[in-house]
Design a protein around this ligand. Structure first.
Ligand code: PEP
Ligand code: MN
Length: 369
């Protein structure tokens, strides 16, 4: 997928790209005050939600078209580019008529290919930058499919917003970040800008800095952070919005990592460290392969003695022992647990395969004769 670099949209290649502003436009005064207080902070786009896709009805669903002139005025008055979310072709047309400089597709829209296609059709011939938020569910296919639809419509100033995913269970964060999906997106489309949205990931303002820093540590390209002149009184997403001044502090506190360095001694040392990782990974895979040979021997032995593959008490004892060893070796317990669950699942699968080889062989013999 051929796309243009961020510097093409913003005219400079500083990192991170920052999109800041209130979750929703609530009144002309609130929009103008947000913009006025953000003016002194280096943000690239001033955001405000005009149409709000709310999960539940009878909550504030955005001012709608009437708020577009406010956004336009804020942009003109304070010299800022503007950005908003669109969910229908009518939104696209209205936003473009009011000179909105960047549009994004929200998480609840990315999940629906019909809606995305309608938006893509409305974007034909438009060169406004478009960002596609990840779908609410952790589904790479849906996310990439949405990007492809927009790309096929001819949009080249294209990027994504990583805003976390809905997963079952109670959590510390509003949306699980599942960084591995953002990393997978980078692997599949290395040139595609990735903007992280710590406001919607966390759902709480006290963790916005931590998640923003994490995005910078991963070398991601930008941040979308909700900022409101009076966060506690916000009509939507009150708990996660920060004041414009706090947004300034957050940006100042961030340690922005360079994507790479051309310093020769840095590169040489990195090469040595990467070489060590490569060798360790080879050893790791060799040990796993040797372990699997033993698993197969056990399976053959069980088969000869007609014993079931899964011995729950052995598994519980093994897991407990390995977790203790892992912790002693300085590894996080949850990390070790996740690894052992995968190892165990594959061992059980392989043992069943071995146990059934004889039966499958016998069945084949019957068929063969
Ligand atoms: C928003 O940006 O205000 C928003 C509704 O985000 P999301 O689509 O990520 O829920
Ligand atoms: Mn919001």
């Amino acid at each position: 997928m051929e796309t243009l670099p961020l510097s093409h949209w913003t005219g400079s290649d500083h990192r991170p790209l920052v999109i800041g502003g209130p979750c929703s436009a609530e009144s002309e005064a609130q929009v103008l005050e947000s913009a006025a207080r953000l003016r002194g902070i280096r943000i690239d786009y001033f955001r405000a939600g005009i149409w709000k896709a709310r999960t539940r009805p009878a909550t504030f669903e955005g001012i709608g078209d009437a708020a577009l002139p406010w956004l336009q005025r804020a942009g003109q008055q304070y010299g800022m580019r503007t950005a908003t979310e669109v969910a229908t072709p009518a939104h696209v047309e209205a936003a473009l008529r009011h000179g909105v400089n960047l549009l994004w597709i929200g998480a609840r829209t990315t999940v629906n290919p019909f809606s995305v296609q309608e938006i893509a059709d409305a974007l034909r011939g438009v060169d406004t930058p478009i960002l596609v938020k990840n779908p609410t569910s952790p589904d790479m296919g849906l996310w990439i499919g949405a990007l492809e639809r927009i790309h096929r419509a001819g949009v080249r100033s294209l990027g994504v917003i990583h805003r976390g995913f809905s997963v079952a269970g109670t959590r510390r964060l509003r949306n699980a970040p599942l960084w591995e999906l953002a990393i997978e997106m980078r692997r599949l489309h290395p040139a595609l800008p990735i903007i992280t949205d710590p406001s919607h990931i966390t759902g709480r303002r006290d963790m916005v800095l931590e998640i923003s820093q994490r995005a910078m540590d991963l070398g991601l390209d930008g941040l979308m952070i909700e900022a409101h002149p009076n966060p506690d009184q916000a009509w939507s997403d009150a708990a996660q919005q920060v004041t414009p001044e706090r947004l300034g502090e957050i940006l100042a506190l961030l340690k922005v990592r360079q994507a790479t360095s051309s310093d020769a001694s840095y590169l040489a040392s990195l090469e040595v460290l990467r070489d060590r990782i490569d060798h360790l990974d080879h050893d790791l895979l060799e040990v796993l392969s040797r372990r699997m040979r033993v698993v197969e021997e056990i399976a053959e032995y069980k088969r000869a003695n007609n014993v079931a593959t899964l011995q729950v008490s052995r598994w519980s004892a093994l897991l407990e022992d390995r977790l203790a060893q892992a912790v002693e070796l300085g590894l996080a317990q949850e990390y070790a647990r996740a690894i052992y669950e995968v190892i165990h699942r594959e061992s059980v699968r392989r043992q069943s395969e071995v146990m059934n080889e004889e039966t499958a062989g016998a069945a084949n013999e019957t068929l063969d004769t």
